[in-house]
Design a protein around this ligand. Structure first.
Ligand SMILES: [Zn+2]
Length: 484
């Protein structure tokens, strides 16, 4: 047992004797950045249905108590956090209540820390891991999804939250609440089912080679997942691409997709990225991964050629995934004039048009009208538009959320799901967190939550309309910067 900075003691009881998890790795409380950097504002309002106590974070001294039901506004002013309800004494305050706290009208569990940073307020929600996860599941999946899929997602998100440290350390928190990290929405996205999924996977972490590892996920793979090195850089043994025999196209969104770009649209995108090739003549997939993802895409133009690789392909063209084939088109009128010149031969019954592949007998012998010759001519002229026919939504590394949904519908457990999408992992149901000291801030303010019955769960699943979000799991272009 050892003390960690958040004043919790983490005690590991090894149930699976061969799995060893470093206690210091485990996090029971997360600091979630709600407002920072570009999203920071000069004011922030708070209220609660119980007393709110305000503390000076620097000195740990008590500052004030705000009555239940009173909304108060914090202002960033003169390098301090100021408020009409108390004397300003510090640049950073902590806000606690025994009930949930409303920040700008939105309800959250846990405590808040508000800091004046350049006369803008950085707002951090300090929340228990399980409360964080119960909210996240309603955002990253949907409360109406099968329970085993929600449980697989809970484990992925816990692993990720534990291992992500450093991505936002310069801002003083562990993880942001947006798609850049994982989507978290406070109390409003919790449900009976998401609470149950968290409870039934409490303390479960996934290890690979005895380390807790980040478990990546995405919406839909369209048939194949990808190797980590084919999407990012590092080849990680637990992130191996594979044929997905479970993901069901009937459920999955964007299992197949198609998008068409005109030549001008592509020229415009390349120009804006300082990669202009003049007039665009052709777009060629130069390199593919073993699981069909486009690794290198080359653009050929009148002034040269340029290539983009991996995640740039998705981000430049705002594609659902990197897995696609290209159909090249010429406008019909032009095709008749230039791409497919008509050849005629004189036959016994008059002049007749010949079809390819064909040969004509000329004075020099048999002459082949070759496909390649036509192709070269088309490339010289250039194509007018390109249709990308693709599969999947996201970076396709790790767990497919729609695949997890499909497996859960088929009766597989969350462990089956994790073991399918991640290679050579161990699932350690062995991390027990004990509170020894009272924390310096109140996070244990959740209202009483009753155990749900199966009937309640079914009713909830029926009543909830599944909202398809743009959420791509952990996917975001920033993921290419995570050191993988
Ligand atoms: Zn983030």
């Amino acid at each position: 047992m050892r003390k960690i900075r958040l004043f919790f003691i983490v005690c590991l009881i090894i149930i699976s004797a061969h799995i060893s998890v470093n206690a210091a790795e485990y996090k029971d409380v997360l600091r979630v950045g709600l407002s920072y950097g570009g999203s920071a504002k000069a004011t922030a309002s708070f209220s609660s249905n119980a007393d709110i106590d305000i503390y000076n974070v620097n000195t740990e001294e008590y500052i004030a108590t705000i009555d239940p039901g009173t909304t108060f506004t914090l202002n960033a002013r003169e390098a301090m956090v100021q408020c009409d309800y108390f004397e300003s004494v510090t640049d950073v305050v902590r806000i606690e209540s025994t009930d949930t706290i409303f920040y700008n009208g939105k309800e959250y569990r846990g405590a808040f820390e508000v800091r004046n940073n350049g006369d803008l307020l950085r707002v951090i929600n300090i929340v228990k891991m399980d409360d964080y996860l119960a909210s996240l599941l309603g955002k990253e999946m949907s409360a109406s999804w099968p329970i085993e899929a929600l449980k697989a997602q809970a484990v992925c998100a816990r692993n990720y939250a534990i291992t992500i440290g450093g991505k936002h350390s310069s801002y003083g928190f562990d993880i942001c609440a947006e798609q850049h990290c994982q989507v978290y929405g406070g109390v409003s996205s919790e449900a009976v089912s998401t609470r149950r999924a968290v409870r039934e996977t409490q303390g479960v972490v996934v290890t690979y080679e005895d380390e807790i590892v980040p478990l990546y996920y995405f919406s839909c793979d369209g048939g194949y997942t990808e190797n980590s090195e084919d999407v990012w850089t590092a080849a990680l043994g637990y992130l191996r691409g594979k044929k997905d025999i479970y993901e069901n196209p009937q459920y999955a969104t964007r299992y197949n997709w198609s998008v068409t770009f005109t030549k001008e649209q592509i020229e415009d995108i390349l120009y804006k990225k300082n990669k202009s090739v003049g007039e665009l003549l052709d777009v060629v997939i130069e390199e593919k991964s073993e699981n069909n993802g486009v690794i290198k895409l080359t653009f050929i133009g009148t002034e040269g050629e340029t290539s983009i690789t991996k995640s740039s392909v998705r981000s430049y063209f705002n594609l659902y995934s990197n897995t696609f084939t290209i159909e090249r088109h010429k406008n019909e009128a032009e095709e008749e004039e230039t791409a497919y010149p008509t050849l005629n031969v004189l036959t016994g019954s008059g002049i007749s048009e010949i079809e390819k592949p064909s040969y004509v007998l000329s004075s020099n012998g048999l002459y082949e009208i070759s496909y390649d010759a036509e192709e070269e001519e088309k490339i010289e002229e250039g194509f007018d538009s390109y249709t990308l026919n693709g599969h999947g939504w996201g970076h396709l590394v790790g767990m497919s959320q729609w695949g997890a949904y499909s497996m859960a519908v088929e009766g597989y457990s969350y462990k089956d799901i994790l073991n399918f999408y991640f290679t050579d992992i161990e699932i350690a149901q062995n991390v027990v967190v004990e509170e020894e000291d009272k924390t310096e801030f109140v996070t244990d303010n959740e209202v009483e939550i009753e155990e749900p019955t199966e009937e309640e769960l079914d009713a909830e699943a029926e009543s909830e309309e599944f909202e398809e979000t743009e959420n791509d799991g952990n996917d975001d272009i920033q993921w290419s910067d995570t050191g993988l």
